[in-house]
Design a protein around this ligand. Structure first.
Ligand code: DP6
Length: 361
């Protein structure tokens, strides 16, 4: 599909008001998206596990307004008005207006809440933007009889991408590819797709325990970090490497080789942070406790032959990934050895999930 396919013809139905609700999960990238072109087009393909427990629920209420000169909306987080979210949503609406021409016709009330604490250092942009994109698609579906199930999902991911790149990987589960890769049929820079090939039992129900090392605001936003990949001395090689790692994962997913899997996953995490450290200006998002945890995981692996590994997103928190078969042993290890490095001992147990869900109002 191309971009033009997401521009609707005139709508067949009219609707004056209503309300829709979606719950959408976060995701954790295995091969990282870091660097983008204009219009939220990624510099390289990425792949992620969709999560299950960390999610955002958004209710979008809409009522037709008199004039259609401006966007009109209010945002609430946990029942409290959040004007600080408005500029991000205004930018999102500007980017998607071409594809949703009804946006100026309504006043919107956006009511959102997260299952994870707001100040946990867990980014809510993937779950939040995908939930909002899905709500907007539900409205489009009410205005048009032509919206098929498949189109709905693709366009929701397409719109979510324009809100936040990684959000396009949160609409479905359990393993999602975003960005064109020559060996992955159907992969696209425009939206996320389900990983289309065989996945070994070892990777089913994979566990992710998120260790909250630092719950503060990030000093450097992802958007700024992506920008620093322009003119980055290692960018070209890094983008090639992401393609290579995606190719390697195809075999790994098929034959269940968890040992090779964890080498790629950890290398991707450290490469992401290496890109930050070698940007100009350079920055470091890891904290001393991030490194303590990484070293503990490596020691535990040597001692016990466990397949536990870590990945990082653009922050200090550590995602501890492990097969379901090791759940008991790894949770004990986390309790005994890693919790001490978490801020206030906080961590969140999550696992692979299957994507967003509409909730009846
Ligand atoms: C490190 O999707 O948050 O988590 O498109 O600017 O909103 P924007 O960036 P964002 O970047 C996420 C980067 C990452 C890696 C990943 O999720 O692939």
């Amino acid at each position: 599909m191309i971009e033009q396919d997401f521009i609707p013809k005139t709508y067949s139905e009219t609707k004056d008001s209503g309300s829709v609700t979606w719950s959408s999960p976060s995701n954790i990238a295995l091969v990282k998206y870091w660097g983008k072109k204009e219009h939220q087009i990624p510099e390289n393909p990425s792949i992620s596990f969709t999560l299950n427990n960390c999610k955002t629920t958004t209710t979008l209420s809409f009522s037709r307004k008199e004039s259609n000169d401006v966007f009109s909306f209010d945002v609430f987080l946990d029942g409290e008005q959040k004007d600080s979210f408005k500029s991000k949503i205004e930018t999102f609406f500007n980017r998607i207006e071409r594809y949703l021409p009804f946006l100026r016709d309504f006043h919107f009330k956006i009511e959102t809440s997260n299952t994870f604490p707001h100040s946990s250092g867990i980014a809510s942009s993937a779950s939040g933007m995908s939930a909002l994109a899905l709500c907007l698609m539900s409205i489009e579906k009410e205005l048009s009889s032509e919206v098929s199930e498949a189109y709905f999902i693709k366009k929701a991911s397409f719109l979510a991408r324009l809100g936040s790149g990684s959000a396009c990987r949160s609409v479905e589960g359990d393993l999602i590819v975003w960005g064109t890769h020559k060996e992955i049929d159907g992969s696209s820079d425009l939206f996320g797709v389900k990983y289309p090939y065989e996945v070994h039992q070892n990777f089913k129900n994979y566990q992710d325990t998120i260790l909250l090392v630092d719950k503060g605001e990030k000093q450097v936003s992802s958007t700024v970090g992506h920008d620093l990949m322009h003119d980055h001395p290692f960018a070209t090689r890094r983008f090639e490497q992401a393609h290579e790692n995606m190719s390697k994962l195809i075999d790994i997913f098929k034959n269940g080789d968890v040992d090779t899997f964890l080498k790629i996953i950890e290398s991707e995490a450290l490469t992401l942070h290496a890109m930050m450290m070698t940007s100009m200006p350079y920055f470091i998002l890891m904290k001393p406790n991030t490194l303590e945890i990484i070293n503990k995981i490596w020691a535990f692996r040597i001692e016990t032959n466990s397949k536990v590994c870590f990945t990082l997103d653009a922050g200090a928190n550590v995602h501890v990934l492990y097969p379901e078969s090791e759940k008991e042993a790894v949770l004990k290890f986390i309790e005994n050895e890693l919790v001490a490095y978490c801020q206030n001992g906080h961590y969140i147990n999550d696992q692979i999930g299957f994507g967003a869900q509409q909730i009846d109002n």
